[in-house]
Design a protein around this ligand. Structure first.
Ligand code: NDP
Length: 444
């Protein structure tokens, strides 16, 4: 067995019943195999892959909270601090019923390479809980956030670990979490990002992941003689990433015809009205099916996925493994030319392989959704310096960062004779940076 095969077997044996983690590790190991082969003796002696694949620290904890009827509930909280070779652990918190050890390990592992690609001094981590904020009152969400932070605060800090939002954790939740952190530590510091603008948040952080996704999609299209201007785009999801991907794609001249949630999708042949999506999701916190009541000419398909809609560009922005092989076949049959992942690992491995085999331009999430964490790092530096940058300057830097990520990913693929394979390119470019930091810091 090669070194790469040995460590893959080790990961499965040490982390049984963690399919998402195995999937993420396999994709990275397959991509970096040629790099590892070149340095096999040195990497083996330094147990480099064994160290890369074992989180530096991982905690899980009990989160008791009381609902509006006085009933006590208990959820499980997690924080996985995967790798700090390049900086303090950084990565979002996810509140969703699907959260478990496997999804946390997969997300924290991916985050390590994504953060490396941003060029910012941040390591990789992730956390969350199987708590579902959907349908809960503000008071219940606050009670949960306060209990969650009462344990989490022991493990985080501005130079140690800086969480942000993710699925189910937006501005409201970050506010409640930050309030409790401050109360427990007596410190007003940049320990969370995605904060409100009134207490240390950065302009553009809310928009950053969606905007960054469209900026890198545009770079990729332009590198192949195409542009997003005039393209028909399908977007899945209607949360933070999806909403601002729709907004930026439309600003750049695309027509976005779908948004969705876990119940079904909306099709609007005239182009999604992003103000209506914001009103439904950010103000009313309602289901996306409400859209058709507000926008004449739009239709809702219950229980269906957006990938059946004809498009030039697809932006999956909801959740892992939401785009299957069958969905990929639909996209290709309908003439789609490019897929850029807004969510983390939304495309199954079979679907990714199929899309690439058909010559579809494919940008993986660890490159294409890195804009969020990149602007989080800019929020950290603003907090440290106690300054507040303008929207235009942060947006401009975000654009430059996404451009730079595209060139790193594209260049790394070319270095290994895989021009245009951005999955391989992203994995190799991220791996090279993390490994350089690890080698220089010794056997830790
Ligand atoms: P939100 O909670 O704001 O939105 C998630 C959206 O996905 C909701 O519309 C949700 O619908 C939908 N969704 C969830 N499960 C499914 C499903 N099974 N099928 C279809 N739709 C579903 O999360 P974000 O927008 O923040 O995150 C979306 C993705 O982007 C995640 O993979 C996240 O890890 C990734 N990401 C987010 C970043 C950020 O800055 N927020 C940064 C980088 C990556 P419903 O209401 O029905 O659950």
């Amino acid at each position: 067995m090669t070194y790469v095969q040995e460590v893959m077997a080790m990961v499965k044996q040490m982390n049984p019943a963690e399919p998402e983690f195995h999937q993420a590790v396999k994709e990275v190991l397959d991509s970096i195999a040629p790099v590892v082969e070149k340095h096999e003796k040195e990497y083996r002696e330094a147990c480099l892959l064994e160290r890369l694949l074992e989180p530096e620290r991982s905690v899980s904890f009990r989160v008791p909270w009381v609902d509006d009827h006085g009933k006590l509930h208990v959820n499980r909280g997690f924080r996985v601090q995967f790798n700090s070779a390049l900086g303090p652990y950084k990565g979002g918190l996810r509140f969703h019923p699907s959260v478990n050890r496997s999804s946390m390990n997969f997300l924290a592992f991916e985050q390590t390479f994504k953060n490396a690609l941003t060029g910012q001094p941040i390591g990789g981590g992730k956390g969350g809980s199987n708590f579902d904020p959907k349908g809960k009152s503000d008071r219940e969400v606050m009670a949960f956030c306060q209990s969650f932070m009462t344990e989490l605060f022991k493990y985080i800090g501005p130079n140690e670990d800086v969480p942000a939002g993710d699925i189910g954790v937006g501005g409201r939740e970050i506010g409640f979490l930050y309030g409790q952190y401050k109360r427990l530590t007596n410190q007003f510091e940049g320990t969370l990002t995605g904060k409100g603008l009134s207490y240390g948040g950065s302009l553009v952080r809310t928009e950053a992941t969606g905007y960054g996704l469209v900026y890198i999609a545009e770079e990729m299209l332009q590198a192949h003689g195409r542009t997003i201007d005039g393209a028909t785009v399908v977007v899945s999801g209607s949360g933070n990433v999806a909403t601002y991907a729709v907004e930026k794609a439309e600003q750049l001249g695309a027509k976005v015809v779908t948004v969705s949630d876990s119940n079904g999708y909306v099709y609007d042949p005239n182009g999604i009205d992003v103000a209506v999506v914001k009103e439904i999701k950010e103000v009313r916190r309602a289901r996306i099916s409400e859209y058709v009541k507000l926008v004449p000419g739009s239709t809702y398909r219950d229980g269906k996925k957006v990938w059946e809609v004809k498009c030039d560009v697809a932006l999956p922005c909801a959740i892992q493994n939401e785009l299957s092989l069958d969905d990929a076949m639909d996209l290709v049959a309908n003439g789609c030319i490019a897929v850029a992942e807004g969510a983390n690992m939304p495309t199954t491995r079979e679907a990714t392989d199929y899309l690439q085999s058909k010559g579809i331009l494919f940008m993986p999430g660890k490159a294409s959704n890195a804009g969020g964490v990149a602007v989080s790092a800019l929020e950290m530096s603003q907090n440290s310096m106690r300054v507040h940058r303008s929207f235009e300057s942060v947006d401009q830097e975000l654009r430059e960062i996404m451009k730079d990520i595209f060139h790193q990913v594209s260049g790394a693929a070319e270095d290994y004779d895989q021009a245009g394979n951005y999955v391989t390119g992203a994995n190799i470019a991220g791996f090279r940076k993390v490994v350089k930091g690890m080698r220089e810091q010794g056997w830790v």
